[in-house]
Ligand binder design. Sequence first.
Ligand SMILES: [Zn+2]
Length: 738
Amino acid sequence: MTPYTLEQLSNPNAQQEADMFELVGVLVHSGTAETGHYYSYIRLPYENSQGKDFTKWAEFNDTEVTEFDPNRIAEQCFGGLWEDIESRLRYPKPNSAYMLFYRRVTSTDAQAATIGASPTRALVSMPAAPSLAATIQEENHALIRRYCLYDPVHAHFTKSFTGMLKHFDSGVCSTDHQSEKEILQMSLRYVVFVAARVKGAADVEALLQLVHKTTSVCSECTLFVLQWLTNVDQANLTSDMLLGCPVAKARQAWAELIASMMSDLRRMDPESYGIDSMNFSPTDRAVPGDGVLFDVVNTLQSSVRYLGRSLRVWDEYFELFAVIASLGLPEVKTLLSNGIFRDCLELICHDNANVSLLGLRNQETRATLKKTKRPPSYVMLTRFLYQMMLHLDLFGQPARSIHEQFAYFDTDTNKYPILADERQVVMTRLNGRLSFFCKLVEAVNQSEWSVQPWWPGELIKLIVRNALPNPAFIHDLGSTLAADINEYYPDAAGLPIQAGLAFCQACPAAGDADAIFRAITHSAQQLPEYVTIRRNSMGTVKEPDYLGGECHLDFFQQLSTLQEVACSSVDDNGVPPYLASVIVHFSHCAPPILIYDNYSTRQKVCLFLDRLIFDEYPHEVDENDDISMRLTQLRCEAVRILMKTCNHWAVQAQAKGCPKPWAEHIEKVMHECAKWINKLMSEESEAYAVFMEPGDEALLDIFDRAKFSFGHWREEDDWNFGEGKPTRTKRYSLVDLS
Ligand SMILES: [Zn+2]
């Protein structure tokens, strides 16, 4: 360091004594810029019989301390590339030094000389500087405090103490409520400041349930807790818990406590709650502004603008809003007056061109949503919108102001008109689609597609039912959802297909649902392509855990058993709604799924085809029964489609080098089709000659030729995954006659 010291720089010609430093520690970071782990290599002050020996090093890695050979410092701390000898591949090392620690040798050596010269050679203790001593003392105190706070005995004490409240005076609260209030406060403080910060937070749920149990019989205790939670001085307690607590279970328990206490107080003390007849009327132009309901909603609303900082917690947060909205009209009115519905629209349509119409209260959150790669889950936000939409009229005359919204409350339908700008945002088109609804379909977790109730689907059903007088909108929504289905990879299309299902379940006009049927069939037909891509890139065939095919199948299964649709029930011939569409469309959709590389999906498709078509062979078709005749005719049509499309996809499968076992199901279905046609043509069933068509015999020829090919299917994979692009080494032998 000598050339850089003040002394040397101010007098460059003078001879300065060398100022030496030596490496005593390395702090290493392993991982990426976003995530990783820190550990240290530290040189040990080791004293041997010859004096000091500073050559020993140790690795300090969390609770593990192991000896470390300093010759490996370069390898472990310099970064660079790491070579895998076996595969001869080189990767950037994840670990490299983050911070280096040096010790000034010159001064310590001088000190060592002084200390070493002392006659006793005993350990020398030097008094710390007073400021340092105070800091050390403070830290020690804090450590002991933390130790006691997180001691399980503390948790046990708090829980027992809270539990005892019930046993004082045989469960009757004291007149002044002093001791009750103190104990309740103590429990809640313990939850917020201690229990919720511990990994797992096991005590939180039990303690909060106890608090609820204790207060649920007394309106004064309930009121006290709710007021305490929304007290201006500590209002961020609640948002700290809901937005900041890292433990999902603790957040949930906190939200549940608020929701259940509100519902208790609403029943026991409507005046303090703010909804007694003096305070509340749905048609009152005035904005509600009094009572616990208003305070809670206000407290919760004030932290909406920080939601961008905690994208993980959205589900718990909005579930609480949804539960509050489900309590009744006063709650809906209060939430409307606080603009939370508006906030939610802003969050869900954050990249919508019209979003600025909403006044933009959540700039920060929208900025986060714009750049995040891991968007939050909108599922419970959608549940909240659903609860609100139960009392909002999206299709009538919209309101121009919040006062007008309240004044035009419709007592027949129990609905408020929606605000004009909010309506405009919901109806915005982006690339020809109703973008609000595409956004609804997006959620973090694709695997949620089959979770019931799936709130985006429930909201779509509700809106479709409300839109009955507006067929143009229903048509638009149908094409939006259909286009959205084909926007997704077919093996990840579970959510948009689920949305399409919801639409069909509520859709009054089969014509609009047809677009969705076609989109799902088209999506299924892309599935085998993705199997090929996956096999090419991996070189080996693995059973996938993708949803491909399952969600397509689920759509048809759900609709085949649907008994009635909102306002239409049966088609002209008395066939249940959609059954005709399901039979015909599924015969186009099933064959590509039958060669999809998931055994259980193929199996399920076969079983469904049996139930839908083959098991229903008209042994006893009644010529006078229109439904039966119509269904038989539809099934004959389906069998013809199946025979041709199965043959087409079997050819594709062989061309793509599908292993033989994958084709077993498609072969089985063709076999069933042939059985059906044979039966139709046999003399004993001449009563059904009416269902026969001239081309039926040719279909049997297709089957005969296919049967030969199935028998000669190459057992082993005939893809060549050698150098360069994968190539096929064998030609297929099936002939595409479709
Ligand atoms: Zn009480």
